[in-house]
Design a protein around this ligand. Sequence first.
Ligand SMILES: C[S@@+](CC[C@H](N)C(=O)[O-])C[C@H]1O[C@@H](n2cnc3c(N)ncnc32)[C@H](O)[C@@H]1O
Length: 304
Amino acid sequence: MIPQKTSAAKTGNKFNFNFSLGNTQKKQMSEKAFNEWRKYIYDVSGIYFQNNKKYLLESRLQKRMNYLGLDSFEKYLEYVKFNPQKEVEKKQLFEAITINETYFFRNQPQFDALVQHIVPELLSSGKKLNKKRLRIWSAASSSGEEAYTIAMVLTELILPKYPGLQVEIIGTDINYAVVENAKRGIYKEYSIRNTPPLYLKKYFIKHENNTLEVVPEIKRMVKFKLLNLYDDAGMRMMNNFDVIFCANVLIYFNLESKKKVVEHLYNALNPVGYLFIGYSESLHGISKAFRLVSFPKTIGYKKE
Ligand SMILES: C[S@@+](CC[C@H](N)C(=O)[O-])C[C@H]1O[C@@H](n2cnc3c(N)ncnc32)[C@H](O)[C@@H]1O
């Protein structure tokens, strides 16, 4: 349970919350606390805070500590590890520490490669078993812009050529709030800054408050769920994908957690399936299992 600012201080409970502070003063984290927090976050999510990101962790945690009325990083760590509702607090922690920047058509060359090369290749390949179904995963989908972009480009450029093709798109993220936003499918103008006019016109409904909602036809093609890429059990449930987009998330991991996540992604792909990662990311030193394939202005990783 989230501590109540008025009562818990009086109870002198074992977390010893200091509610008198209601404190918005900036606190500095000791090296020891930083190392303990870093280890904890790494163990539960694979996210690794480099030394130069200590300030970021401090400010992200502090917001949550202020809300809870906790006056030290040590007490918050104890709270997130041991309070009876620790799973609830872990969810809040993931919301506090993740960076969810994303937008529609973020990496256009990848979507071009998908519709111009990969899908036609997959649907004609002797190695793809089910030619009637295409399964695509947007792993670390944040608020859903990438997953919906995939649905839009397939609707516009693939479905007319392959009538009867079933498309399943799944978006997953560790951050509950962004997953819920993705399900709603309502965006501010900032999210559509890179969206071609044709797509804006056909696939969004503009509301009076200047928000834009993805049309039902596109929403129906995409399912969103909460998933931690560092959770072995959850990852083993993800199977039979033809293409996986896992962009701009490996940068938050260290070598060991990158390797583990990429191995799961490899296992989740069908034979001859493709993995896309972020524009500035590479699998160099992380996995040798894929074949690197060049497309105009981008590269993909193929499972062979
Ligand atoms: C910068 S966003 C990238 C969004 C999108 N893939 C893109 O490229 O635009 C990174 C996302 O990774 C998610 N993330 C971080 N660690 C994760 C983990 N262990 N499991 C699942 N998602 C994670 C964050 O919550 C965040 O939404």
